[in-house]
Ligand binder design. Structure first.
Ligand code: ADP
Ligand code: ADP
Length: 239
C-alpha cells in the first residue's frame, strides 16, 4: 500500500533558485529507498518538504492520504512524530546525556532545563533504554553527547527518531561525515530497522555504491527533477 505520494511538488527559494521542479513519485509501506544525486540537486529540500521543515510552493505531498501541505502549524508536531528525521550533523543537544537526547524526541525538542530525567515516565525511560540497547549504546547512555564519536552520535539520532514510533524515517546524508566502518554500522542499523520494525526509510546519499547495495529502489535527482526511479540493478546495467 502507498504510504507517501508526491504530486508535482515544486520549491523555489527566493526569486530564482528552483530547488524542486514538478517532482512526482510514490513510496510504498516498508520500502527502503535511496535518493541520490549531486550536491545541490535538491535532495535535502525534498526530504524537508515531506515533514514540513520547509514549505513547498506547489503540489501535493500525501502522507497516509493527508496532504501535509494543508496541515496547520498546530498539527506539525504530530506529523513529525510519524515522520522522523536524522541529519548529517546529528543535531543533538551536546550538553545533555545520550538518554536525555533520546527522551527529548518525545517532547518535540522543547528544552527541559537541566535535562531532568525525572520529567519522564518510567515507561518512557524503559523505551529509551531498549532502543539504545538495540543500537549498541547501552554503555554510553549516561555520557554527554559531546563525548561520543560521530557514528555513536548518529545512532543516538536514530534512537531519538524511533522513540516517537514513526512510520517513515527520513535520513538526510546520514553517513556523509562518517568513516567507512561507522557508515556500514549506520546503514546496517537503518536496514535492520526497516525490516524488523516495518518502518519505511528514505535516505539521501551521495555514495552511489552504498545506495545500490542497500536499497529496494533508487530515486535519482538532478537539478530539482527526478531523473531516475527504479531498481538498483537497472542502474548497474546502464553503466
Ligand atoms: P542537496 O541536498 O541535493 O545538496 P539542497 O536541497 O540542499 O540540495 O539544495 C538545492 C538547491 O537549493 C541548491 O541550489 C541550494 O543552494 C539551494 N538552497 C537550499 N537551501 C536553501 C535556502 N535555505 N535558501 C536558499 N537556497 C537554498
Ligand atoms: P546540514 O548540516 O543539515 O547538511 P546544510 O549544511 O546543507 O545542512 O545547510 C544548513 C542550512 O543552510 C540549512 O537550513 C539549509 O536550508 C541552508 N542552506 C543551504 N544552502 C543554502 C543556500 N544556497 N542559501 C541559503 N541557505 C542555504
Amino acid at each position: 500500500t502507498t504510504l507517501l505520494e508526491l504530486k508535482n511538488v515544486s520549491k523555489q527559494y527566493g526569486k530564482d533558485t528552483l530547488a524542486l521542479s514538478d517532482v512526482n513519485f510514490s513510496v510504498n509501506e516498508g520500502e527502503f529507498i535511496s535518493i541520490i544525486g549531486p550536491s545541490g540537486a535538491g535532495k535535502s529540500t525534498l526530504l524537508r518538504c515531506m515533514n514540513r521543515m520547509i514549505d513547498a510552493n506547489r503540489g501535493e505531498i500525501l502522507f497516509d492520504n493527508v496532504n501535509v501541505l494543508d496541515l496547520k502549524k498546530r498539527d506539525l508536531r504530530k506529523l513529525r512524530t510519524k515522520i522522523g528525521m536524522i541529519f548529517q550533523h546529528y543535531n543533538l543537544v551536546n550538553r545533555l546525556s545520550v538518554i536525555e537526547n533520546v527522551l527529548h524526541g518525545r517532547l518535540g525538542y522543547k528544552t527541559v532545563i537541566g535535562g531532568a530525567l525525572g520529567f519522564y515516565s518510567e515507561e518512557e525511560k524503559r523505551q529509551a533504554i531498549s532502543l539504545l540497547k538495540i543500537l549498541g549504546l547501552e554503555d554510553q547512555m549516561y555520557k554527554r553527547c559531546d563525548q561520543l564519536s560521530g557514528g555513536q552520535k548518529q545512532r543516538v539520532g536514530i534512537a531519538r527518531a524511533l522513540i516517537q514510533d514513526p512510520k517513515l524515517l527520513l535520513c538526510d546524508e546520514p553517513i556523509a561525515s562518517l568513516d567507512p566502518n561507522a557508515s556500514k554500522v549506520i546503514m546496517d542499523h537503518l536496514k535492520n530497522i526497516s525490516t524488523t520494525m516495518g518502518i519505511t526509510v528514505l535516505v539521501n546519499l551521495h555514495q552511489v555504491d552504498v545506495a545500490l547495495s542497500y536499497s529496494d529502489r533508487v530515486i535519482g535527482v538532478s537539478k530539482g527533477k527526478v531523473v531516475y526511479n527504479g531498481s538498483p540493478s537497472d542502474i548497474t546495467n546502464e553503466e
